[in-house]
Design a binder for this molecule. Structure first.
Ligand code: UDP
Ligand code: MG
Length: 325
């Protein structure tokens, strides 16, 4: 089997060489078992010397392939590019910051050989702040009740994918890529094992609180139209309440005569309803915004430099096809 390692790198000059040394060691371990390896690094428009390091690695090691973006297009785009350039029978997707221990790869490969199409290395939340852990727990519980695919806490991008899963993921050309959900949507026999969370050694995680919040919203909105449905139901419920309340007021007026005071009621109704309407507009706007980005059909990324071509015959990166044939 040829196994491809796909690693997106954004400002990872400090670790990417060490990462490569570690995966090389894994390759040596796997060679006697009849597995070859290739390494696909995607430089996601880094501002540091990541590309220089990658070029040096490629000179020293024939199996290194790199793709460098014209600017930062985000990890999802980098993943897509990496998968498109990987030619392995199985692909292991992992972060280049050594938070995904390369030592786990042989175990993933073994499970892949047993016939699993997806092998997920799921990280525990060991050593993370209590607040973040609790928020994540809550989020996953909530989101899994709402969306159509199943998301598992800690089961992220560190996974082994069989060729057919890679091809399936590549055939999903949507612009809004939420790979956690995409992998889960694709399906095929899947297994998982847990590993202890590793803290980042160099640099910073590129996640900000706002980034996480938006990521969470993406997860919620990318896989269903339930928020739209919810808006509809909420509207109907409000209408029902309004009808009931109006009836009551009219009857009260007929029985007791008109009593003018009602300032609080009116203000409450006006502000609350305005709020609800804004939220619903927001929900609709979110979906419209997604449609807007999808219909533009822009490429997911632009390549500035590369020592490799996309693997042949894959439907993947063809974003030029007409929407309506
Ligand atoms: N990454 C990327 N593009 C980005 C941000 C991150 O390719 O815009 C890469 C980064 O180099 C790393 C992986 O994605 O290999 C995970 O990023 P990070 O460590 O910042 O996220 P975390 O581990 O905190 O989820
Ligand atoms: Mg990281």
């Amino acid at each position: 089997m040829l196994i491809s390692i796909v690693a997106p790198c954004y400002n990872e000059e400090a670790v990417v060489a060490r990462f490569h040394a570690e995966v090389q060691r894994v390759a040596e371990e796997l060679l006697p078992l009849g597995h070859d390896m290739e390494f696909v690094y995607v430089d996601d428009g880094s501002r540091d010397r990541t590309l220089t390091v990658l070029k040096r690695l490629a000179e020293a090691d024939q199996r290194v392939r790199y793709v460098s973006f014209s600017r930062n297009f985000g990890k999802e785009a980098a993943l897509l590019a990496g998968l498109g350039h990987a030619s392995g029978d199985a692909v292991v997707v992992m972060d280049a910051d050594l938070q995904h221990p390369p030592g786990l790869v042989p175990r993933m490969v073994r499970l892949g050989e047993q016939g699993y199409d997806q092998v997920i290395a799921r990280r525990t939340r060991h050593g993370e702040g209590a607040v973040r852990t609790a928020t994540a727990r809550l989020y996953y519980r909530l989101v899994n009740r709402l969306i159509d695919v199943e998301l598992v806490d800690g089961a992220g991008d560190f996974r082994l994918l069989s060729r057919r899963v890679v091809d399936a993921v590549l055939s999903l050309t949507e612009h809004n890529r939420f790979s956690k959900g995409l992998f889960s949507w694709v399906g095929f026999p899947t297994t998982a094992f847990a590993y202890e969370n590793v803290a980042r050694e160099h640099g910073h995680s590129s996640w900000t609180f706002r980034g996480l919040l938006n990521y969470g919203l993406d997860g919620l909105l990318s896989f269903n139209n339930r928020p739209l449905r919810a808006a509809l139901y909420l509207g109907l419920a409000l209408l029902l309440c309004a009808g009931g309340y109006t009836t009551w007021i009219v009857i009260a007026a007929l029985v007791d005569g008109v009593r003018t005071p009602g300032y609080v009621t009116i203000i409450t109704a006006v502000t609350a309803l305005a709020g609800v309407q804004m939220v619903m507009l927001g929900v609709i706007g979110e979906y419209t915004g997604r449609i807007y980005y999808e219909v533009k059909r822009r490429p997911h990324f632009l390549v500035k430099a590369a020592n490799t071509e996309p693997a042949q015959g894959r439907p993947a990166l063809d974003t030029t096809k007409d929407l309506i044939p």
